[in-house]
Design a protein around this ligand. Structure first.
Ligand code: PLP
Length: 345
């Protein structure tokens, strides 16, 4: 593959930032004759990565400030994010955790497993554990099973999830043996990460099918990326194709303000306009929730095109996906949700 000058300069920077890593499977999806290939843009570094825009951050979701134990992010009341490895099968250039991921950055992920398990055991309000990293499915079956069984032994933990792009980057890792091990720890859900319909190859579809056949409900977390998927037709095709792979589109993320990502970010307005062109035009199951992770540590904030045109004393004036207007009578007294909340001030 011949690199463009921007890519050639970008690859020289990866020694001190986020490593360059692409699996053969994913690399083979790159159209080497197209410098704008949406697969290529996700994983081949570019010179723009070295320019940091004013609002960008090393830790855009403020995770380091929400770690009661190294490697465990406890932001929401009932669930935690458990970072179990710093390695991925390939490295996404817009990685929100690039400060600790891939082993070449300024920080190291220092997960303290024993302390993390103890924290989970002691905090009975935690009923949901989300394993991420890095990519948990890069761990061996044995290591992964040690972690899963340990967490499953905690009575108050009901829901277990794994966030992984391995089914997309390395579908051959989804072996029958892995699936047989995972299904012992139900209810177990997996969130995968695909951004473009080209990623859903027959190998990926079969890997996802093996996970689904093991009874694992699958969701997708896509990131809205300029020059990759900021197009209503591309997103609609991605979301419909995911349903055919038995994956429910879960979130569409506004790209985090990670350092060096300006060339991959769209405006929020563009994201809202795209959602407006999708909702109503296709299967509701194919429509994810568009969210922005509140910069600095606010957690996920849902963003929706505005369907409430006006609210009078006794009516909501609403529009449907085509822009037609409908009115719905409002009960009184008004529901509490409209009486409080900082947005009203
Ligand atoms: C995304 C995230 C979760 C999970 O959020 P859901 O909306 O339940 O999918 C939990 N903890 C942290 C820190 C997160 O960033």
């Amino acid at each position: 593959m011949t690199l463009t000058p921007e890519e050639r300069a970008g690859t020289l920077l990866t020694g001190s930032k986020l490593a360059l890593g692409i699996t053969p499977h994913f690399f083979n999806l790159i159209d080497i004759n197209d410098p704008h290939c949406p697969i290529r843009r996700q994983v081949v570094p570019r010179l723009e990565e070295s320019s940091y825009a004013p609002d960008e951050m090393a830790d855009p979701c403020g995770e380091d400030g929400n770690m009661p134990v190294p490697g465990l992010v406890h932001r929401y009341p009932d669930r935690v994010l458990f970072l179990v490895t710093d390695r991925c099968a390939s490295y996404c250039r817009y990685c929100t955790r690039s400060r600790v991921v891939s082993g070449v950055g300024e920080q190291e992920l220092e997960t303290d497993f024993e302390e993390a398990f103890r924290y989970l055991e002691q905090h009975e309000e935690i009923r949901d554990v989300l394993f991420s990293g890095g990519d948990p499915l890069l761990l061996s079956d044995t290591k992964l099973e040690q972690i899963l069984s340990r967490v499953r032994a905690i009575p108050h933990i009901q829901f277990v999830r794994i966030g992984s792009r391995v089914p997309i980057f390395l579908p051959q890792r989804i072996t029958p043996e892995l699936c047989a091990m995972l299904k012992k720890y139900h209810p177990l859900w997996i969130s995968v990460h695909t951004n473009h319909p080209k990623e859903l190859t027959t190998e990926v579809r079969d890997a996802l099918g093996r996970l689904a056949d093991a009874g694992i409900p699958l969701g997708n977390q896509a990131v809205l990326l300029k020059g990759v998927n900021n197009d209503a037709k591309v997103l609609t095709e991605l979301f419909q194709k995911l349903l055919m792979c038995r994956v429910r589109p879960y979130y569409l993320y506004q790209c985090d303000l990670i350092r060096g990502s300006a060339h991959l970010r769209t405006s929020i307005q563009e994201g809202l306009d795209l959602m407006n062109q999708i909702r109503g035009y296709t299967t509701g199951y194919a429509v994810p929730q568009y969210v922005v992770d509140g910069p600095g540590g606010g957690g996920k904030i849902p963003l929706n095109p505005n369907y409430i045109v006006a609210k009078t004393e006794d009516r909501f004036v609403l529009r449907n996906y085509k822009g037609d207007i409908y009115e719905y009578p409002e009960q009184s007294p008004e529901p509490a949700i409209l009486q409080h909340g900082r947005w009203k001030d």
